[in-house]
Design a protein around this ligand. Sequence first.
Ligand code: ATP
Length: 241
Amino acid sequence: MSAILEVRGLNVDYGPVRALHEASLRVEAGRIATVIGPNGAGKSTLLNAVMGVLPSTGDVRFAGRTERGAIEQRVMHGMCLVPEKRELFASMTVEDNLLLGGYVRIDLRGRGAEDTKAQVLRLFPRLEERRTQLAGTLSGGERQMLAIGRALMARPRLLMLDEPSLGLAPLIVREIFHIVSALRASGVAILLVEQNARAALQVADYGYVLESGRITLEGPAADLMHDARIAQTYLGLGGRG
Ligand code: ATP
């Protein structure tokens, strides 16, 4: 299996405070890798550094080349980040939010945007039903779907999702993760950052545990699900191990 993303020895500092220490991980092409960990572990920091939103030291290799440039360049190479805050345009329709998502790819502007939009709407029937509705009037789950759909408009090869389950009811989380799984089947690689360890490990192929800015454990997601410490700390399965 070839890695589409390979991160080695990534460090991020907020002033004098180091938030990420020598983080290394890889995402295989067409697979889902997840990073789980508690509040404040550095999960968003990691994604933002990979995307070039935050300055970092270390190595980010994407599709065989080292990424040193700005966000726009990384988007053009095929990376996309759906941030935790979703950042939609509330006073614009679902459809216009989607079209703006395609616009970030300067190289693709206009080209095939309608086809990509039709594909995205097929993936999210709820968005299809609401295509003329203002984004600000959507439910939390629909907003998350729109944020993912908008990212897909840039036709990414790697989609990075920052806590897509945040603030959503369990049924909606299941729906979102079902779609994430369908995306893998379409060939997009996914780096999923989550506090909801159970949902993330169920959908992922490989997992990393990030604690206090350090990757402390990694392995196939199915193995992590059965790891006694993970079960106790992150899956709430009691302390009798
Ligand atoms: P959460 O699940 O709560 O979003 P997280 O795992 O994504 O947590 P980060 O948001 O990456 O964690 O934060 C990692 C650490 O860096 C925390 O201690 C946080 O307080 C700190 N931090 C994050 N952003 C900044 C900033 N702009 N300036 C200073 N410290 C920051």
